[in-house]
Design a protein around this ligand. Structure first.
Ligand code: NAI
Ligand code: MG
Length: 491
Protein backbone atom coordinates (compact mmCIF):
# COMPACT_ATOMS: atom_id res chain seq x y z
CA UNK A 1 0.00 0.00 0.00
CA UNK A 2 1.32 3.44 -0.90
CA UNK A 3 1.37 5.96 1.90
CA UNK A 4 1.02 9.67 2.30
CA UNK A 5 0.91 11.73 5.44
CA UNK A 6 -2.08 13.72 6.48
CA UNK A 7 -2.21 15.81 9.59
CA UNK A 8 -6.00 16.12 9.93
CA UNK A 9 -7.28 15.17 13.31
CA UNK A 10 -8.39 11.56 13.52
CA UNK A 11 -7.72 10.77 9.89
CA UNK A 12 -5.77 7.79 8.54
CA UNK A 13 -2.24 8.36 7.43
CA UNK A 14 -2.02 5.70 4.75
CA UNK A 15 -4.31 5.06 1.84
CA UNK A 16 -4.82 2.55 -0.91
CA UNK A 17 -3.74 4.45 -4.02
CA UNK A 18 -3.29 1.75 -6.66
CA UNK A 19 -5.60 0.36 -9.33
CA UNK A 20 -7.56 -2.83 -8.62
CA UNK A 21 -7.39 -5.10 -11.66
CA UNK A 22 -8.05 -8.84 -11.69
CA UNK A 23 -7.87 -9.06 -7.92
CA UNK A 24 -4.47 -7.37 -7.67
CA UNK A 25 -3.34 -3.88 -6.72
CA UNK A 26 -1.04 -2.35 -9.30
CA UNK A 27 0.38 0.88 -10.63
CA UNK A 28 -0.87 2.45 -13.84
CA UNK A 29 0.75 1.07 -17.02
CA UNK A 30 2.06 4.59 -17.72
CA UNK A 31 3.42 4.87 -14.18
CA UNK A 32 1.59 8.17 -13.83
CA UNK A 33 -0.17 9.41 -10.72
CA UNK A 34 -2.47 12.32 -9.91
CA UNK A 35 -3.00 14.27 -6.72
CA UNK A 36 -6.10 14.26 -4.55
CA UNK A 37 -6.48 17.20 -2.17
CA UNK A 38 -8.24 17.98 1.08
CA UNK A 39 -10.74 20.68 0.06
CA UNK A 40 -10.85 22.13 3.59
CA UNK A 41 -7.11 22.90 3.65
CA UNK A 42 -6.06 22.59 -0.02
CA UNK A 43 -3.28 20.23 1.18
CA UNK A 44 -2.23 17.14 -0.72
CA UNK A 45 -3.72 13.94 0.72
CA UNK A 46 -2.15 11.39 -1.62
CA UNK A 47 -1.00 10.70 -5.15
CA UNK A 48 -3.16 8.08 -6.80
CA UNK A 49 -2.36 5.81 -9.75
CA UNK A 50 -3.71 7.48 -12.88
CA UNK A 51 -5.39 4.90 -15.09
CA UNK A 52 -5.93 5.55 -18.78
CA UNK A 53 -6.89 3.53 -21.86
CA UNK A 54 -4.22 0.85 -21.29
CA UNK A 55 -5.39 0.17 -17.73
CA UNK A 56 -9.06 0.25 -18.72
CA UNK A 57 -8.25 -2.38 -21.34
CA UNK A 58 -6.65 -4.65 -18.72
CA UNK A 59 -9.56 -4.09 -16.32
CA UNK A 60 -12.19 -4.82 -18.98
CA UNK A 61 -10.33 -7.99 -20.02
CA UNK A 62 -10.28 -9.14 -16.38
CA UNK A 63 -13.97 -8.35 -15.97
CA UNK A 64 -14.77 -10.10 -19.27
CA UNK A 65 -12.84 -13.21 -18.21
CA UNK A 66 -14.51 -13.33 -14.79
CA UNK A 67 -17.89 -13.00 -16.49
CA UNK A 68 -17.46 -15.21 -19.57
CA UNK A 69 -15.33 -18.05 -18.31
CA UNK A 70 -14.39 -17.25 -14.75
CA UNK A 71 -16.03 -18.21 -11.51
CA UNK A 72 -18.69 -15.50 -11.35
CA UNK A 73 -21.24 -17.01 -13.73
CA UNK A 74 -20.93 -20.30 -11.88
CA UNK A 75 -21.30 -18.77 -8.43
CA UNK A 76 -24.71 -19.56 -6.94
CA UNK A 77 -26.93 -16.53 -6.65
CA UNK A 78 -27.21 -17.10 -2.92
CA UNK A 79 -23.43 -17.09 -2.58
CA UNK A 80 -23.23 -13.79 -4.47
CA UNK A 81 -25.67 -12.47 -1.89
CA UNK A 82 -23.58 -13.86 0.95
CA UNK A 83 -20.47 -12.01 -0.29
CA UNK A 84 -22.49 -8.82 -0.51
CA UNK A 85 -23.76 -9.24 3.06
CA UNK A 86 -20.16 -9.81 4.11
CA UNK A 87 -19.09 -6.61 2.37
CA UNK A 88 -21.88 -4.71 4.15
CA UNK A 89 -20.71 -6.14 7.49
CA UNK A 90 -17.11 -5.14 6.79
CA UNK A 91 -18.19 -1.61 5.91
CA UNK A 92 -20.15 -1.42 9.14
CA UNK A 93 -17.17 -2.71 11.14
CA UNK A 94 -14.98 -0.01 9.56
CA UNK A 95 -17.65 2.68 9.55
CA UNK A 96 -15.78 5.33 11.52
CA UNK A 97 -12.61 4.98 9.45
CA UNK A 98 -14.59 5.12 6.19
CA UNK A 99 -16.60 8.14 7.34
CA UNK A 100 -13.36 9.97 8.11
CA UNK A 101 -11.88 9.05 4.75
CA UNK A 102 -14.97 10.38 2.97
CA UNK A 103 -14.85 13.64 4.90
CA UNK A 104 -11.12 14.01 4.26
CA UNK A 105 -11.33 13.57 0.50
CA UNK A 106 -14.70 15.26 -0.14
CA UNK A 107 -14.96 17.88 2.63
CA UNK A 108 -18.46 16.92 3.77
CA UNK A 109 -19.18 17.31 7.49
CA UNK A 110 -18.25 14.24 9.53
CA UNK A 111 -21.79 14.18 10.98
CA UNK A 112 -23.15 13.64 7.45
CA UNK A 113 -20.56 10.99 6.53
CA UNK A 114 -21.30 9.10 9.77
CA UNK A 115 -25.05 9.47 9.95
CA UNK A 116 -26.15 9.71 6.33
CA UNK A 117 -23.66 8.48 3.71
CA UNK A 118 -22.27 5.42 5.50
CA UNK A 119 -25.55 4.02 6.86
CA UNK A 120 -27.06 4.39 3.37
CA UNK A 121 -24.07 2.55 1.86
CA UNK A 122 -24.47 -0.37 4.27
CA UNK A 123 -28.22 -0.48 3.70
CA UNK A 124 -27.83 -0.45 -0.07
CA UNK A 125 -25.47 -3.45 -0.09
CA UNK A 126 -27.75 -5.39 2.30
CA UNK A 127 -30.84 -4.53 0.30
CA UNK A 128 -29.33 -5.78 -2.97
CA UNK A 129 -27.69 -8.78 -1.27
CA UNK A 130 -31.24 -9.88 -0.52
CA UNK A 131 -32.18 -9.60 -4.19
CA UNK A 132 -29.36 -11.78 -5.49
CA UNK A 133 -31.39 -15.02 -5.23
CA UNK A 134 -34.78 -13.45 -5.96
CA UNK A 135 -34.38 -12.31 -9.55
CA UNK A 136 -37.10 -14.40 -11.15
CA UNK A 137 -38.48 -14.86 -14.63
CA UNK A 138 -42.01 -15.86 -15.61
CA UNK A 139 -43.76 -18.70 -17.32
CA UNK A 140 -45.66 -17.36 -20.33
CA UNK A 141 -48.94 -18.86 -21.68
CA UNK A 142 -48.22 -18.52 -25.42
CA UNK A 143 -50.44 -19.88 -28.22
CA UNK A 144 -49.73 -23.49 -29.32
CA UNK A 145 -48.23 -26.55 -27.70
CA UNK A 146 -45.19 -24.90 -26.20
CA UNK A 147 -43.69 -24.25 -22.85
CA UNK A 148 -42.40 -20.69 -22.74
CA UNK A 149 -40.54 -19.04 -19.94
CA UNK A 150 -38.42 -15.95 -19.41
CA UNK A 151 -35.30 -15.63 -17.36
CA UNK A 152 -33.28 -12.61 -16.35
CA UNK A 153 -29.58 -12.82 -17.03
CA UNK A 154 -26.80 -10.41 -16.12
CA UNK A 155 -26.06 -7.85 -18.82
CA UNK A 156 -22.35 -8.70 -18.65
CA UNK A 157 -19.48 -6.30 -17.97
CA UNK A 158 -20.75 -3.02 -16.52
CA UNK A 159 -18.66 0.14 -16.85
CA UNK A 160 -19.57 2.49 -14.02
CA UNK A 161 -18.57 6.16 -13.94
CA UNK A 162 -19.36 8.09 -10.79
CA UNK A 163 -19.07 11.66 -9.42
CA UNK A 164 -17.52 13.12 -6.29
CA UNK A 165 -20.55 14.38 -4.32
CA UNK A 166 -21.37 11.08 -2.58
CA UNK A 167 -18.28 9.06 -3.49
CA UNK A 168 -19.00 5.90 -1.51
CA UNK A 169 -22.77 5.99 -1.82
CA UNK A 170 -22.43 6.17 -5.59
CA UNK A 171 -20.26 3.05 -5.48
CA UNK A 172 -22.98 1.27 -3.50
CA UNK A 173 -25.73 2.38 -5.92
CA UNK A 174 -23.64 1.03 -8.81
CA UNK A 175 -22.15 -2.15 -7.36
CA UNK A 176 -25.26 -3.23 -5.40
CA UNK A 177 -27.63 -4.02 -8.30
CA UNK A 178 -24.80 -5.02 -10.68
CA UNK A 179 -23.34 -7.66 -8.35
CA UNK A 180 -26.78 -8.91 -7.28
CA UNK A 181 -27.64 -9.41 -10.96
CA UNK A 182 -24.39 -11.30 -11.58
CA UNK A 183 -22.51 -8.68 -13.62
CA UNK A 184 -18.82 -7.94 -13.28
CA UNK A 185 -17.80 -4.30 -12.98
CA UNK A 186 -15.13 -1.78 -13.92
CA UNK A 187 -15.55 1.34 -11.79
CA UNK A 188 -14.07 4.73 -12.64
CA UNK A 189 -14.30 6.91 -9.51
CA UNK A 190 -14.27 10.70 -9.76
CA UNK A 191 -10.79 12.23 -9.96
CA UNK A 192 -11.61 14.56 -7.04
CA UNK A 193 -12.46 11.72 -4.62
CA UNK A 194 -10.89 8.37 -5.50
CA UNK A 195 -9.85 7.19 -2.02
CA UNK A 196 -13.01 5.73 -0.50
CA UNK A 197 -13.79 3.61 -3.58
CA UNK A 198 -10.30 2.12 -3.38
CA UNK A 199 -10.80 1.31 0.31
CA UNK A 200 -14.11 -0.38 -0.61
CA UNK A 201 -12.12 -2.40 -3.14
CA UNK A 202 -9.91 -3.69 -0.33
CA UNK A 203 -12.96 -4.66 1.70
CA UNK A 204 -14.53 -6.36 -1.36
CA UNK A 205 -11.46 -8.59 -1.72
CA UNK A 206 -11.69 -9.38 1.99
CA UNK A 207 -15.37 -10.24 1.53
CA UNK A 208 -14.33 -12.90 -0.97
CA UNK A 209 -15.33 -11.53 -4.38
CA UNK A 210 -13.27 -13.50 -6.93
CA UNK A 211 -10.55 -11.82 -9.01
CA UNK A 212 -11.91 -9.76 -11.90
CA UNK A 213 -15.44 -9.33 -10.53
CA UNK A 214 -14.70 -5.87 -9.15
CA UNK A 215 -12.11 -3.70 -10.90
CA UNK A 216 -11.38 -0.07 -10.01
CA UNK A 217 -9.52 2.33 -12.28
CA UNK A 218 -9.15 5.89 -10.94
CA UNK A 219 -8.23 8.50 -13.51
CA UNK A 220 -9.69 11.36 -15.51
CA UNK A 221 -12.94 11.42 -17.45
CA UNK A 222 -11.40 12.37 -20.79
CA UNK A 223 -8.94 9.46 -20.66
CA UNK A 224 -9.99 6.58 -18.38
CA UNK A 225 -13.73 7.37 -18.51
CA UNK A 226 -13.70 7.82 -22.27
CA UNK A 227 -11.83 4.53 -22.84
CA UNK A 228 -14.39 2.68 -20.74
CA UNK A 229 -17.27 4.23 -22.71
CA UNK A 230 -15.73 3.21 -26.04
CA UNK A 231 -14.42 -0.24 -25.10
CA UNK A 232 -15.91 -3.12 -27.13
CA UNK A 233 -15.71 -5.47 -24.16
CA UNK A 234 -18.10 -3.38 -22.06
CA UNK A 235 -21.81 -4.22 -22.33
CA UNK A 236 -23.25 -1.39 -20.35
CA UNK A 237 -22.38 2.06 -19.02
CA UNK A 238 -23.97 3.46 -15.88
CA UNK A 239 -23.08 7.11 -15.37
CA UNK A 240 -23.85 9.75 -12.77
CA UNK A 241 -22.75 13.33 -13.38
CA UNK A 242 -23.33 16.31 -15.62
CA UNK A 243 -25.77 16.32 -18.56
CA UNK A 244 -23.12 17.59 -20.97
CA UNK A 245 -20.92 14.61 -20.08
CA UNK A 246 -23.89 12.29 -20.58
CA UNK A 247 -24.39 13.69 -24.10
CA UNK A 248 -20.77 12.83 -24.88
CA UNK A 249 -21.11 9.37 -23.37
CA UNK A 250 -24.25 8.68 -25.38
CA UNK A 251 -22.47 9.70 -28.56
CA UNK A 252 -19.26 7.81 -27.74
CA UNK A 253 -21.06 4.61 -26.78
CA UNK A 254 -23.23 4.57 -29.89
CA UNK A 255 -20.70 2.73 -32.11
CA UNK A 256 -20.88 -0.25 -29.81
CA UNK A 257 -24.62 0.19 -29.01
CA UNK A 258 -24.05 -0.13 -25.28
CA UNK A 259 -26.88 -0.12 -22.84
CA UNK A 260 -26.77 3.17 -20.95
CA UNK A 261 -28.35 4.52 -17.81
CA UNK A 262 -27.83 8.06 -16.60
CA UNK A 263 -28.48 9.87 -13.36
CA UNK A 264 -27.93 13.56 -14.05
CA UNK A 265 -28.62 16.93 -12.57
CA UNK A 266 -31.66 18.89 -11.52
CA UNK A 267 -33.23 22.20 -10.66
CA UNK A 268 -35.79 20.75 -8.35
CA UNK A 269 -38.82 22.79 -7.26
CA UNK A 270 -39.57 22.82 -3.53
CA UNK A 271 -43.09 24.26 -3.21
CA UNK A 272 -44.37 25.77 0.02
CA UNK A 273 -48.07 26.61 0.34
CA UNK A 274 -49.35 29.07 2.94
CA UNK A 275 -51.36 26.31 4.65
CA UNK A 276 -48.25 24.17 5.36
CA UNK A 277 -46.65 23.51 8.72
CA UNK A 278 -44.25 26.38 8.06
CA UNK A 279 -41.76 25.34 10.77
CA UNK A 280 -41.37 21.96 9.11
CA UNK A 281 -41.25 23.58 5.68
CA UNK A 282 -38.46 25.87 6.85
CA UNK A 283 -36.43 22.88 8.02
CA UNK A 284 -37.15 21.13 4.72
CA UNK A 285 -36.13 24.14 2.66
CA UNK A 286 -32.77 24.33 4.46
CA UNK A 287 -32.03 20.60 4.40
CA UNK A 288 -33.27 20.32 0.81
CA UNK A 289 -30.67 22.76 -0.44
CA UNK A 290 -27.71 22.98 1.96
CA UNK A 291 -27.16 19.27 2.63
CA UNK A 292 -23.71 18.34 1.33
CA UNK A 293 -22.95 22.05 0.66
CA UNK A 294 -25.65 22.07 -2.02
CA UNK A 295 -23.81 19.44 -4.04
CA UNK A 296 -26.83 17.19 -4.52
CA UNK A 297 -28.40 16.31 -7.83
CA UNK A 298 -31.84 16.56 -6.21
CA UNK A 299 -31.17 19.83 -4.33
CA UNK A 300 -34.38 21.84 -3.88
CA UNK A 301 -32.75 24.84 -5.51
CA UNK A 302 -35.96 26.58 -6.68
CA UNK A 303 -37.94 27.38 -3.55
CA UNK A 304 -41.47 28.45 -4.50
CA UNK A 305 -43.19 30.23 -1.59
CA UNK A 306 -46.85 31.28 -1.74
CA UNK A 307 -47.33 35.05 -1.83
CA UNK A 308 -49.34 35.44 1.38
CA UNK A 309 -46.52 34.04 3.56
CA UNK A 310 -43.61 34.96 1.31
CA UNK A 311 -42.10 37.99 3.14
CA UNK A 312 -42.20 36.48 6.59
CA UNK A 313 -40.89 33.12 5.32
CA UNK A 314 -37.96 34.76 3.53
CA UNK A 315 -37.00 36.61 6.73
CA UNK A 316 -37.08 33.42 8.78
CA UNK A 317 -35.15 31.55 6.09
CA UNK A 318 -32.43 34.20 5.99
CA UNK A 319 -32.05 34.10 9.78
CA UNK A 320 -31.89 30.31 9.89
CA UNK A 321 -29.45 29.94 7.00
CA UNK A 322 -27.12 32.60 8.39
CA UNK A 323 -26.82 30.53 11.59
CA UNK A 324 -25.48 27.48 9.78
CA UNK A 325 -22.20 26.38 11.30
CA UNK A 326 -19.55 26.43 8.60
CA UNK A 327 -15.99 25.24 9.17
CA UNK A 328 -13.72 22.29 9.90
CA UNK A 329 -15.58 19.28 8.49
CA UNK A 330 -14.04 17.07 11.18
CA UNK A 331 -15.76 19.05 13.95
CA UNK A 332 -18.90 17.07 14.88
CA UNK A 333 -20.85 20.34 15.24
CA UNK A 334 -20.05 21.55 11.71
CA UNK A 335 -23.05 21.75 9.39
CA UNK A 336 -21.25 22.88 6.24
CA UNK A 337 -17.79 22.12 4.90
CA UNK A 338 -15.97 23.36 1.80
CA UNK A 339 -17.02 22.77 -1.81
CA UNK A 340 -15.21 19.83 -3.36
CA UNK A 341 -12.63 21.69 -5.45
CA UNK A 342 -11.57 24.97 -6.98
CA UNK A 343 -13.51 24.45 -10.21
CA UNK A 344 -16.80 23.96 -8.35
CA UNK A 345 -16.00 26.85 -5.99
CA UNK A 346 -15.41 29.20 -8.91
CA UNK A 347 -18.50 28.00 -10.79
CA UNK A 348 -20.68 28.69 -7.74
CA UNK A 349 -19.18 32.14 -7.13
CA UNK A 350 -19.79 33.05 -10.77
CA UNK A 351 -23.49 32.17 -10.31
CA UNK A 352 -23.66 34.30 -7.17
CA UNK A 353 -22.30 37.21 -9.24
CA UNK A 354 -24.85 36.55 -11.99
CA UNK A 355 -27.66 36.51 -9.43
CA UNK A 356 -26.58 39.91 -8.15
CA UNK A 357 -26.13 41.33 -11.66
CA UNK A 358 -29.55 40.14 -12.78
CA UNK A 359 -31.22 41.86 -9.83
CA UNK A 360 -31.97 39.12 -7.30
CA UNK A 361 -31.81 40.23 -3.65
CA UNK A 362 -29.14 38.71 -1.39
CA UNK A 363 -30.88 37.82 1.88
CA UNK A 364 -27.83 36.22 3.45
CA UNK A 365 -24.38 35.04 2.36
CA UNK A 366 -23.41 36.02 -1.13
CA UNK A 367 -19.70 35.32 -1.33
CA UNK A 368 -16.67 33.25 -0.30
CA UNK A 369 -15.49 32.90 3.29
CA UNK A 370 -11.87 33.72 2.40
CA UNK A 371 -8.68 32.06 3.60
CA UNK A 372 -7.71 28.45 2.94
CA UNK A 373 -10.23 25.93 1.68
CA UNK A 374 -13.10 26.19 -0.78
CA UNK A 375 -15.67 27.59 1.64
CA UNK A 376 -18.67 29.57 0.41
CA UNK A 377 -21.19 31.29 2.67
CA UNK A 378 -24.63 29.69 2.58
CA UNK A 379 -26.53 32.04 0.31
CA UNK A 380 -30.21 32.90 -0.10
CA UNK A 381 -31.45 34.96 -3.04
CA UNK A 382 -35.01 36.31 -2.83
CA UNK A 383 -37.18 37.97 -5.50
CA UNK A 384 -35.78 35.57 -8.10
CA UNK A 385 -37.45 35.58 -11.52
CA UNK A 386 -37.87 32.36 -13.51
CA UNK A 387 -35.62 33.56 -16.31
CA UNK A 388 -32.59 34.41 -14.16
CA UNK A 389 -29.53 32.16 -14.50
CA UNK A 390 -29.76 31.21 -10.79
CA UNK A 391 -33.32 29.94 -11.40
CA UNK A 392 -32.51 27.98 -14.56
CA UNK A 393 -29.07 26.41 -14.20
CA UNK A 394 -27.83 23.74 -11.84
CA UNK A 395 -25.43 25.59 -9.53
CA UNK A 396 -24.46 22.59 -7.38
CA UNK A 397 -23.62 24.76 -4.40
CA UNK A 398 -25.12 26.46 -1.35
CA UNK A 399 -27.20 28.97 -3.30
CA UNK A 400 -30.98 28.98 -2.87
CA UNK A 401 -33.33 30.87 -5.18
CA UNK A 402 -36.63 31.91 -3.59
CA UNK A 403 -39.51 32.57 -5.99
CA UNK A 404 -42.99 33.94 -5.19
CA UNK A 405 -46.17 32.26 -6.53
CA UNK A 406 -49.96 32.65 -6.20
CA UNK A 407 -51.84 29.41 -6.91
CA UNK A 408 -51.66 25.70 -7.73
CA UNK A 409 -51.96 25.78 -11.53
CA UNK A 410 -49.44 28.58 -11.84
CA UNK A 411 -46.84 26.91 -9.62
CA UNK A 412 -47.18 23.56 -11.41
CA UNK A 413 -46.63 25.26 -14.76
CA UNK A 414 -43.61 27.17 -13.48
CA UNK A 415 -42.19 24.14 -11.67
CA UNK A 416 -42.32 22.24 -14.96
CA UNK A 417 -40.72 25.02 -16.96
CA UNK A 418 -37.26 23.48 -16.80
CA UNK A 419 -35.26 20.99 -18.81
CA UNK A 420 -34.78 18.92 -15.66
CA UNK A 421 -37.08 16.49 -13.86
CA UNK A 422 -35.28 14.77 -11.02
CA UNK A 423 -37.20 15.64 -7.86
CA UNK A 424 -39.84 17.95 -6.42
CA UNK A 425 -41.38 18.58 -3.03
CA UNK A 426 -44.59 20.13 -1.77
CA UNK A 427 -45.46 21.39 1.70
CA UNK A 428 -49.18 21.68 2.47
CA UNK A 429 -51.85 20.37 4.86
CA UNK A 430 -54.29 20.06 1.95
CA UNK A 431 -54.24 16.51 0.60
CA UNK A 432 -55.79 17.64 -2.69
CA UNK A 433 -52.97 20.09 -3.37
CA UNK A 434 -50.38 17.50 -2.39
CA UNK A 435 -51.82 15.03 -4.89
CA UNK A 436 -52.13 17.64 -7.62
CA UNK A 437 -48.43 18.41 -7.33
CA UNK A 438 -47.44 14.73 -7.07
CA UNK A 439 -49.54 13.96 -10.14
CA UNK A 440 -48.62 16.84 -12.42
CA UNK A 441 -45.03 17.77 -11.69
CA UNK A 442 -42.75 15.99 -14.17
CA UNK A 443 -40.10 14.54 -11.86
CA UNK A 444 -38.86 11.09 -10.91
CA UNK A 445 -39.35 11.65 -7.17
CA UNK A 446 -41.94 13.76 -5.33
CA UNK A 447 -41.67 14.34 -1.60
CA UNK A 448 -44.74 15.52 0.34
CA UNK A 449 -44.02 17.34 3.60
CA UNK A 450 -40.48 15.96 3.63
CA UNK A 451 -37.27 16.26 1.60
CA UNK A 452 -34.29 14.04 0.78
CA UNK A 453 -35.89 10.87 2.11
CA UNK A 454 -33.83 8.15 0.47
CA UNK A 455 -34.13 4.42 0.82
CA UNK A 456 -32.41 1.60 -1.01
CA UNK A 457 -35.86 0.14 -1.80
CA UNK A 458 -37.28 3.30 -3.41
CA UNK A 459 -36.40 3.92 -7.09
CA UNK A 460 -34.65 7.18 -7.91
CA UNK A 461 -33.91 8.87 -11.23
CA UNK A 462 -34.99 11.55 -13.61
CA UNK A 463 -37.47 12.62 -16.26
CA UNK A 464 -36.24 14.75 -19.17
CA UNK A 465 -32.61 15.95 -18.90
CA UNK A 466 -32.26 14.47 -15.42
CA UNK A 467 -31.57 10.97 -16.62
CA UNK A 468 -32.42 7.69 -18.26
CA UNK A 469 -33.48 4.71 -16.14
CA UNK A 470 -33.94 4.37 -12.39
CA UNK A 471 -31.51 3.34 -9.69
CA UNK A 472 -32.38 1.64 -6.39
CA UNK A 473 -35.27 -0.63 -5.60
CA UNK A 474 -36.34 -3.56 -7.73
CA UNK A 475 -36.31 -1.18 -10.71
CA UNK A 476 -32.56 -0.71 -10.29
CA UNK A 477 -32.01 -4.35 -11.23
CA UNK A 478 -33.43 -3.72 -14.71
CA UNK A 479 -30.28 -1.71 -15.51
CA UNK A 480 -28.15 -4.82 -15.08
CA UNK A 481 -30.30 -7.62 -16.51
CA UNK A 482 -31.23 -8.86 -19.97
CA UNK A 483 -34.45 -10.74 -20.52
CA UNK A 484 -34.22 -14.14 -22.20
CA UNK A 485 -37.29 -15.88 -23.62
CA UNK A 486 -37.07 -19.67 -23.95
CA UNK A 487 -39.70 -21.57 -25.98
CA UNK A 488 -39.82 -25.36 -25.94
CA UNK A 489 -41.98 -27.43 -28.28
CA UNK A 490 -43.91 -30.04 -26.31
CA UNK A 491 -44.08 -33.36 -28.23
P1 NAI B 1 -18.67 15.27 -14.80
O1 NAI B 1 -19.94 14.77 -15.40
O2 NAI B 1 -17.65 15.82 -15.74
O3 NAI B 1 -17.95 14.09 -13.97
C1 NAI B 1 -18.59 12.95 -13.45
C2 NAI B 1 -17.77 11.71 -13.79
O4 NAI B 1 -17.69 11.57 -15.20
C3 NAI B 1 -16.32 11.75 -13.29
O5 NAI B 1 -15.93 10.47 -12.87
C4 NAI B 1 -15.55 12.17 -14.54
O6 NAI B 1 -14.21 11.77 -14.51
C5 NAI B 1 -16.33 11.44 -15.61
N1 NAI B 1 -16.18 12.01 -16.97
C6 NAI B 1 -15.98 13.30 -17.31
N2 NAI B 1 -15.87 13.42 -18.65
C7 NAI B 1 -16.02 12.18 -19.17
C8 NAI B 1 -15.99 11.66 -20.51
N3 NAI B 1 -15.79 12.45 -21.56
N4 NAI B 1 -16.18 10.33 -20.68
C9 NAI B 1 -16.39 9.54 -19.62
N5 NAI B 1 -16.41 9.97 -18.34
C10 NAI B 1 -16.23 11.28 -18.12
O7 NAI B 1 -19.04 16.34 -13.70
P2 NAI B 1 -18.03 17.41 -13.00
O8 NAI B 1 -17.20 18.05 -14.08
O9 NAI B 1 -17.35 16.75 -11.87
O10 NAI B 1 -19.07 18.46 -12.43
C11 NAI B 1 -19.63 19.46 -13.29
C12 NAI B 1 -21.08 19.70 -12.91
O11 NAI B 1 -21.85 18.53 -13.13
C13 NAI B 1 -21.34 20.06 -11.47
O12 NAI B 1 -21.12 21.41 -11.20
C14 NAI B 1 -22.78 19.68 -11.33
O13 NAI B 1 -23.62 20.69 -11.83
C15 NAI B 1 -22.91 18.46 -12.22
N6 NAI B 1 -22.81 17.20 -11.44
C16 NAI B 1 -23.94 16.49 -11.20
C17 NAI B 1 -23.88 15.36 -10.42
C18 NAI B 1 -25.09 14.54 -10.12
O14 NAI B 1 -25.12 13.86 -9.11
N7 NAI B 1 -26.08 14.52 -10.97
C19 NAI B 1 -22.63 14.90 -9.81
C20 NAI B 1 -21.48 15.69 -10.17
C21 NAI B 1 -21.60 16.80 -10.95
MG1 MG C 1 -16.57 17.62 -16.08
Amino acid sequence: MATATESRRGARTSFQTQLLIDGKWRDAVSGKTFATYNPATEELIANVAEGDAADIDLAVKAARKAFDSGPWRKTDARDRGRMMYKLADLIEENLEELAQLETLDNGKPISESRNADLPLVVDCFRYYAGWADKIHGHTVPIRGNFFCYTKREPVGVAGQIIPWNFPMLMVAWKWGPALAAGCTVVLKPAEQTPLSALRLGELALEAGFPAGVINIVPGFGETAGDALVKHKGVDKIAFTGEGKTAELIMRNSSDTLKRITFELGGKSPNIIFADADLDAALEGAVLGLYLNQGQCCCAGSRLFVQDTVYDKFVDRLGAKVSERKLGDPFDPGTEMGPQVDKAQYEKILSYIDKGKQQGARVVTGGGPVGGKGFFIKPTVFADVRDDMAIACDEIFGPVLSVIKFKDVDEVIHRANTTDYGLAAAVWTRDIGKAHAIADRVRAGTVWVNCYDVFDAAAPFGGFKRSGIGRELGEKGLDNYTENKTVTIALD
